[in-house]
Design a protein around this ligand. Structure first.
Ligand code: PHE
Length: 338
């Protein structure tokens, strides 16, 4: 039996010399050391060996097994090293090549304007409130003193969801929701999306507004003028001229529209200000006593003012953009400029 071992050993030596690849060494391992391998088979035949020779036979078999296993491991390790060296030699990295430029995202111009406006009012102690975009007719109209047959509803080009619900046409319903939840003093602004059936170079069916509301004892039109003038000078520059024109909203009395001197032509008259020298920027007014009654505030005790402004219009003026639709097309060539 020992001679058989000897010849197996020579055979292994020979095959170890000729094997080259990892696959060949793995095959060798299976051929000799696998469960049905040659060496394993030999060891299984130990019963045929004369009893007095069995210990030696077993010992030799195991030695050969370990020898073969160690040899294969050694060859595989050498192979790995030389593979690595080969790839280091051939796959050279050219560290002088220019890197790939990282593309930075940027904030949408509407987001930037919104954040800037919220920042100015935060500095005056206003906090931020939000309300639903699908709104009850009651909050969007009724509670704001716009009953069903009121002609002011015509101004709104409303999208109706069903009998009772609309896509809000302005952010003013947040005034009502805020007053219902809290008692005075109140000082909030509310940015958000609003919807009207309208679409041309300066109107889109969805656009953004910011609402403002301040309620306390002893609030007057002078407070409204002071706060809004401060805001407009912060937003458009200290030298900006501001003008208040009488206007009408059902939920404020008196009401005003607020203009700034045209930022494009400086007041001389141009296409953007339609030769008037002024730009209409926001609607505002002293909260109507009926609105206070609708939320359970006593108009004899409290007074306040509200305002609403369109973000797209302000962004267009600030960045010199002539078509409102650019804000919603998602064209990176446009957006990357901000
Ligand atoms: N909600 C009005 C609009 O969308 C703007 C406004 C808000 C006017 C608050 C007065 C007070 O036109």
């Amino acid at each position: 039996m020992i001679p058989e071992l000897e010849s197996l050993r020579e055979q292994v030596d020979e095959e170890l010399k000729t094997a080259r690849t990892e696959a060949e060494f793995q095959a060798l391992r299976i051929r000799y050391l696998g469960r049905k391998g040659l060496l394993t088979g030999l060891l299984r035949n130990i019963a045929n060996v004369q009893p007095d020779q069995r210990p030696l036979f077993g010992k030799r078999c195991n030695e050969l097994k370990e020898f073969v296993s160690a040899k294969i491991d050694q060859h595989l390790a050498e192979l790995a090293v030389s593979e690595k060296e080969k790839s280091l030699r051939t796959e050279r990295i050219d560290v002088t090549l220019p890197g790939r430029a990282v593309r930075y995202g940027s904030l949408h111009p509407i987001t930037k304007v919104r954040d800037e406006i919220c920042g100015i009012f935060a500095g005056l102690g206003f906090s931020i409130e939000e309300g639903p975009e699908i709104e009850l007719d009651y909050y969007n109209f009724e509670a704001l003193n716009i009953p069903a047959d009121h002609p002011a509803r015509d101004m709104h080009d409303t999208f109706y969801v069903d009998e009772k619900r609309v896509l809000r046409t302005h952010t003013s319903p947040v005034e009502i929701r805020t007053m219902q939840k809290n008692s005075p003093p109140i000082r909030i602004i509310s940015p958000g999306k609003v919807y009207r059936r309208d679409s041309d170079i300066s109107h889109t069916p969805m656009f953004h507004q910011i609402e403002g509301l301040l309620v306390d004892k002893g609030i007057t039109l002078a407070n409204l003028k002071g706060v809004l003038t401060h805001f407009l000078k912060k937003m458009f520059g200290e030298e900006t001229a501001v003008r208040f024109r009488p206007s009408y909203f059902p939920f404020t009395e008196p009401s005003a529209e607020v203009d700034i001197r045209c930022v494009i032509c400086g007041g001389k008259g141009c296409r953007v200000c339609k030769q008037s020298g002024w730009l209409e920027i926001l609607g505002a007014g002293m909260t109507h006593p009926q609105v206070f009654k609708n939320v359970g505030y006593d108009p004899e005790i409290y007074s306040g003012f509200a305002f609403g402004l369109g973000l797209e219009r302000i962004a267009m003026l600030k960045y010199g953009i002539s078509d409102i639709r650019l804000f919603f097309e998602g064209d990176l060539r446009f957006l990357e400029q901000f």
